[in-house]
Ligand binder design. Sequence first.
Ligand code: PLP
Length: 376
Amino acid sequence: MNEKIAHFLDNRQPATPCLVVDLDIIRRNYLALAENLPQADIYFAVKANPAPQILSLLVDLGAHFDAASYREIEACLAAGATPERLSYGNTIKKQADIAKAADRGVDLFSFDSEAELMKLAEAAPGSRVICRILMESGDAQWPLSRKFGCTREMAKDLLIRANGIGLHAYGVSFHVGSQQINPRQWITAIEKTAALFADVATAGITLETINLGGGFPTYYRDDIPDLSRYGDVISEAIAREFGHTTPRIIIEPGRGICGDAGVLQSEVVLISRKGYGDDERWVYLDIGKFGGLPETAEERIQYAIETPRDGGKAGRVIIAGPTCEELDILYKKAAYELPMNLQIGDKVAFLSAGAYTSTYASIGFNGFPPLDEYYI
Ligand SMILES: *Cc1c(COP(=O)(O)O)cnc(C)c1O
C-alpha cells in the first residue's frame, strides 16, 4: 500500500468500509498519460470517480471532461471546468438533459443511433457530434462491446445526415473495453475509423476528430504493459492511417487516472467453514458487491488484497460481502489466499480501488450506508 494512504489510515483509524484516495497519484497518472500520448486531449471519464476533489485537481491541470449525465456536467462546471472543455459522451440521453447541457454551453455530444441524432438536432442545434462505432473488446478485462456503438455503415449515413440537419459532424469514437491490457486493440479500431473517415469524405465531409475512448489499465494483481507501449502503438497506427492530415485526438481515461490512487479499507466480519473437513475458509467482509465492489462481477476485476498479517502461512479463501444476497460473493474461483491467522476484526485493504467503486455503492441495501470517502 502507498505510504501516504497507509499513514492516513494509521493515524485516523477511520470507520470501515472507506475509500481513501491519494490525489498526488491522480496528478501523476494524468501527467503520465499527457506525456505518453502528447498529441491527445485528455477528457477524464467522470463516471470513474466524480469526487469534487478529483474534478478540481484535473481542472487545475487543464483536463477536459467526459460526462455521462447532466448531473456530471453540473459537477464539472461546479469544479470550475468551462463548457468548452466538456463532452456529453453517453449515447443514451434524455432530450431534456441535452437541452439543459446545451443551455449551459456544452456543444460536444456523442450518439450511436438515428433517434439520438434527432434529439441532438432538436435540443442542441449547431453542436458538434461524434458517432460511436461498435468495437471488439478482446483482451479487455471489463468488456464494453455490446451496449454502445453502431456499424460503420450506419455511422457513415448518420454522420452525413448530421450535417444536413444543422449539426456539425465532428468525428468518430469507440471504446476498446475497460482495463484493456493489449495496446494492439487500438490498431484495428483506428483502421476502422480511418475507413469511416474516407467513407464520409466521399460525401464531401471532412471529419475532424478521433475519440480513442478509455481502456488504459491500472495495476491490480497482474502486470500490465507500460503506458509508453500504448502511446507508441497508437501514434504509429494514427500516423500510418492518417499520414500528415492527423485529426484532433481525444482520449477518455477513467480507470487509468484514478484506479491505483485509491485504497478501500474493509474489516473482517466473520471467518467460517461450511463443514468440518473443508479446507477453504469463507471470509466475510464489511464490503461487497453492493457496497462499492460491483466490478468483482464474474471475478473480472481482481483487486490485490493486503492484510496486517501478510507474510506468514496463507490458505485458500472464498471472499464474500456482508449482505443477505447470494450474488454478494466476491471471489470463489480466483484462488485468493489469505493468512491462516487472519482474525475477525482485522482490516483488509483492496488496492487500486479508486475507480468504479464509491459511486457504485448502493445506498441502504440491507441497511448498509454508502462508502465513506477521503481525498488526501
Ligand atoms: C466508461 C467510459 C470511459 C472510461 O473508460 P476507462 O476504461 O475507465 O478508461 C471512457 N469513455 C466512455 C464513453 C465511457 O463510457
